[in-house]
Design a protein around this ligand. Structure first.
Ligand SMILES: [Zn+2]
Length: 984
């Protein structure tokens, strides 16, 4: 049952306290026992209520008033619903508490924090020295076979091109030799005795293709070699600390957009009502060690050198021939070391490709691989109509006839927005670089249009081009003035589109509007003047509507162009030439256009369309970053004469009363051809250089886009698969259904998600992925089926309740540890930091809980490395954080938890802090002491709380729909509506 509430009775906070259970009349042991249990549950729930009320207010300073309010209020429907919810949480909390054997608070801290132990005084403390274990060569775990995954072969095409060349990856500019040497002095040591070190290399069971001996003077960087104990306590894992190599490497962060958010990804899963989530998992063993690096990388992965004599028997003949026994030689690692800053990125890219490819093939309905983008089917409809080719494929009458036939029903673009998404994703994931072009230059597809020329020229140049021609006027599915469509377009331009060309409609700047006596002829009036190019005053409703629409298209298209060029792509913006005199307006004089040209270093060229085959002069300006744009300059009207004539006026109305200039938006033949040449020229350059938005070289300061392996349900695929790593980066959610499944990759852990009704089962997908990984050389022994999964990436999974949560032991220990820290007079900040880190891991399950710790971060920053007196406000936060642990769970269900009490309360708090900081911008964010922090809280104004609640409800309601974000900003409703109340 859904309960709708008016604001009066829908107010949730402050939440009244639950009435205590009444003492039993009978004094029997059984009823007393039951009463004690009830009392315990009630106390637990009261703790949660105080916590939520604290979040609501944001500080603990008005608690008295709050408690009073919480006591007297009669609960409304909404509050009762929250109560029920909290009692449920309390029950679970009490249950797990019983499951975990009791420990003291300090031992709980010690149990949680790896390097901490309880000292003589009974306090948990972080030991200064690392848990070093002496190296034991025979205990170092290594794979026993020679199987490897060739790194370059296994990487997707763009990454392969990037990592194939040393100069792409190693960045020597601005790097100092001295620093490299210092790093090597500090870190390039052997973490053990020389004897064990040599013994390791003499081991017979080490794969022969794992190390390569090189003269020490030939190596380019030296790494440290040490070991850490493995979980079983006896075996050891070797650790290559390639600090100096990392120093020489370029920053991998720009290349990486892996969406590895752990629980952040899990919480993006939703399941359709009535269906049940299923998940399966598999785990690669020794994933990094299996990857064989390209040969250029090997000299950078040298371990500390030894004398040739000590390893003489291991050295290959050709090396022995060139050195003496007294020379130094270094073993160079030929596999991917875990400690290299690019390793996670490389492994993830390999794995994502395996997952994407195999699942796509697995979901294909027919047999065979469909990994290539669908061949573009040019629209042949027009040919069949047999137009005359005198101009633009058809004459005026015909054009007008067609234009009038069902605008909004014809799909001239060939692709819907979703189909185009699928096509460009497939293009990005294909094995060859495909240049993606979007043409918004208006007009329908016809013979001799830009696209036809581009496809012909690209085939001749032997480059792959995927192109779409969007008719802004005719295809309702591509109405870029609509915020949802524009949002989709902008997302496409984030790394999926290389070239964008076109011009937004220009009828609002038409000179016809300025014709004298136009009003008498019932011609449209001017909407803009030169002095006000974005619109004049005194327009009718219809006129201003049209103007707004046009302005929006102009600005949207400018933004689109800038986005593509900012990522190293090319754009071309076409619009009528600036008449240059009053009163005629022009887009070319707007500051927005001039700024765009400055930022993108665009070039502007003006020419006459009559010189390229148009019947009228039609001065036109193109501006952009497209290669060869300057060539348009050669189209200049030679003047009317016997060889060259203009056919009538471009302005005014034709005999049917239709607006003639509209028809001239189709480009004349020579212009189409030149535009196509420019596009193909740019495409060719991008392919050769590896540049452009879909290329492997990113321009400086540009963040990589995530991979594009997700695909949706279609005729070709029985069900779609969302790669959650991609969804996370895009801020999208995944709704699992009968036709939609999902995968999440965490380095070497793969999780597959589906529902009971889905044609792709989680177990099948997991086996498909695991088998494909084994096919390329990995070993995937650990495969967990849906009924066996209890833990994923560190979180507990309960199939019966479909809940992700902190594992019970961790949950209880964390609460005990936080409460123990809160009562200490002095605290070791290192311990505090470690516990907060674990708390944050849990808070990933419900990110709004991050609103709780606030002062504590300042405290840690200020006193890092010290043992100091705890601030009372930090103490308070620690207590609240302990309570917050009860809310660390995630339920992948249909609707967003709009009515989640923590969500609402904490969002109010986040919102307040943000608003406060905005208002009091000059206030120093890092407070020197707790006192100044309090003063800060006193000076900032309080924001009305209903505002954020309604804001957030509106937001989550919207997020559920297809269009995630509206570029016009949110509208805050007058009345907050509470939807999705828990079932009564
Ligand atoms: Zn001319």
């Amino acid at each position: 049952m859904q309960t709708a509430c008016s604001p009066a009775d829908g107010e949730v906070f402050p939440l009244p306290l639950l009435p205590p259970p009444t003492a039993p009349a009978s004094s029997s042991a059984r009823s007393r026992n039951r009463f004690t249990k009830k009392l315990r549950l009630w106390k637990y729930a009261i703790g949660l209520i105080h916590f939520l009320n604290f979040l609501h207010v944001g500080t603990s300073r008005h608690t008295k008033k709050l408690y009073a309010a919480a006591l007297v209020d009669e609960p409304n429907q909404a509050q009762k619903a929250v109560w029920r919810h909290l009692l449920q949480i309390s029950k679970t909390g009490l249950r797990v508490r019983r499951e975990v054997p009791p420990t003291g608070g300090q031992p709980a801290v010690a149990a949680l924090v790896k390097s901490a132990k309880v000292d003589a005084m009974g306090y948990a403390t972080v030991s200064k020295t690392h848990a070093q274990v002496p190296m034991d060569a025979s205990r170092i775990v290594e794979p026993s076979d020679e199987r490897v995954v060739d790194m370059l072969q296994a990487l997707p095409q763009d990454e392969r091109q990037f990592y194939a060349r040393e100069e792409n990856v190693v960045e020597l500019l601005g790097k100092s030799n001295v620093i490299q040497q210092e790093l090597e002095q500090q870190y390039a040591f052997v973490g053990g005795s020389l004897e064990e070190y040599l013994k390791y290399f003499h081991r017979q069971d080490i794969p022969t293709n794992m190390w390569e001996w090189k003269r020490f003077r030939d190596v380019k960087a030296v790494a440290g070699f040490s070991v850490v104990p493995k979980k079983d306590g006896s075996s050891q894992r070797k650790l290559l600390m390639c600090c100096s190599f990392n120093y020489l490497l370029c920053d991998p962060r720009n290349r990486s957009s892996l969406g590895m958010q752990g629980a952040g990804a899990l919480t993006r899963i939703h399941v359709t009502a009535g269906d049940k989530l299923e998940l399966a998992a598999c785990d690669q063993s020794n994933a990094f060690t299996r990857v064989a690096v390209p040969s250029w990388m090997v000299p950078y992965l040298a371990a500390p050198p030894v004398t040739a004599a000590s390893v003489w028997g291991l050295l290959p003949g050709h090396l022995k021939a060139t050195i003496s026994e007294f020379d130094l030689v270094s073993p160079c690692y030929k596999r991917l070391p875990m400690g290299c800053s690019h390793s996670v990125h490389i492994l993830m890219m390999i794995n994502l490709q395996v997952i994407g490819r195999s699942l796509r093939a697995n979901a294909v309905v027919e047999t065979g691989q469909h990994d290539i983008p669908p061949e573009e089917q040019p629209n042949r409809l027009l040919e069949d109509l047999g137009c005359d080719h005198s101009f633009g494929g058809c004459n005026d009458d015909e054009w007008w006839f067609r234009f009038q036939v069902g605008v909004g029903q014809r799909f001239e673009s060939g692709y819907s927005v979703q189909e185009w998404w699928d096509a460009i994703r497939a293009a990005r994931s294909s094995s060859d670089r495909t240049i993606v072009v979007m043409n918004f230059s208006g007009g329908e597809r016809r013979d001799g249009d830009v696209q036809e020329h581009v496809e012909k020229l690209a085939a001749e140049a032997n480059i792959k081009v995927l192109m779409i021609t969007v008719d802004l006027g005719c295809d309702s599915r591509w109405d870029v003035a609509q915020p949802e469509t524009f949002h989709e377009l902008m997302r496409m331009l984030e790394g999926y589109v290389d070239i964008i060309v076109g011009g937004p409609p220009c009828s609002t700047v038409s000179r016809a509007r300025h014709r004298r006596g136009g009003e008498g002829l019932n011609l449209p009036r001017p909407l803009r003047f030169r002095s006000c190019p974005w619109g004049r005053a005194g327009l009718t409703t219809a006129e201003s509507g049209r103007l707004r629409e046009a302005n929006r298209l102009w600005l949207h298209f400018m933004m689109a162009c800038e986005k593509v060029s900012a990522r190293g792509g090319c754009h071309l913006f076409e619009h009528p030439e600036d008449p240059g005199v009053e009163p005629f307006p022009s887009i070319w004089i707007t500051p927005e256009m001039i700024q765009l040209e400055l930022r993108t270093k665009a070039r502007r060229v003006t020419f006459d369309q009559c010189a390229c085959g148009a019947p009228v002069k039609k001065g036109t300006t193109v501006s952009g970053t497209l290669d060869g744009i300057g060539e348009f300059e050669r189209f200049q009207c030679p003047g009317v004469g016997p060889e060259h004539f203009h056919a009538g006026h471009a302005t005014g109305l034709d005999e049917r009363g239709s607006f003639r200039s509209r028809r001239l938006q189709a480009y004349p033949p020579a212009m189409c051809e030149l535009l196509a040449r420019c596009i193909v020229k740019s495409a060719q350059r991008m392919v050769t250089e590896g540049s452009g938005p879909t290329g492997y070289l990113l321009p400086a300061g540009v963040q990589a886009v995530p991979t594009a392996w997700s695909f949706s349900h279609s005729q070709m695929h029985s069900a779609g698969v969302d790669i959650l790593n991609e969804q996370v980066v895009h801020g999208r959610r995944t709704l699992l259904s009968s036709t939609q499944a999902g995968v999440y990759l965490h380095v070497d852990d793969t999780l597959t998600f589906s529902t009971e009704s889905c044609s792709l089962s989680a177990a099948d997908m997991m086996h498909t992925v695991a088998n494909s990984m084994e096919e390329i050389g990995f070993v995937v022994p650990e495969r967990v089926l849906p009924n066996e999964v209890v833990k994923v990436i560190g979180y507990a999974w309960s199939p019966s309740t479909s809940t992700f949560s902190l594992p019970p032991r961790k949950r209880v220990l964390l609460q005990r540890a936080l409460r123990a820290l809160a009562v200490q007079r002095r605290v070791e900040v290192a311990v505090l930091r470690a516990v907060i880190g674990l708390w944050s891991f849990g808070a990933q399950l419900r990110r709004d809980l991050y609103a709780v710790p606030f002062v504590i971060y300042n405290f840690i920053d200020k006193f890092d490395g010290l043992t100091v007196r705890l601030w009372p406000s930090v103490r308070q936060e620690l207590i609240h954080m302990a309570t917050a642990v009860d809310f660390m769970y995630a339920l992948p269900r249909k609707s967003f938890n709009t009515y989640n009490p923590v969500f609402i309360a904490s969002s109010c708090f986040i919102f307040r802090v943000q608003m406060d900081c905005g208002f009091a911008g000059s206030v120093e964010r890092r407070w020197a002491s707790e006192q100044t922090f309090k003063t800060y809280l006193d000076v900032v104004p309080t924001v009305k709380r209903t505002l954020p609640i309604s804001f957030l409800l509106e937001f989550s309601g919207r997020a559920m729909g297809e269009g995630v974000l509206d570029f016009d900003g949110f509208e805050i409703p007058d009345v907050p509506t509470l939807q999705g109340l828990p079932q009564a």
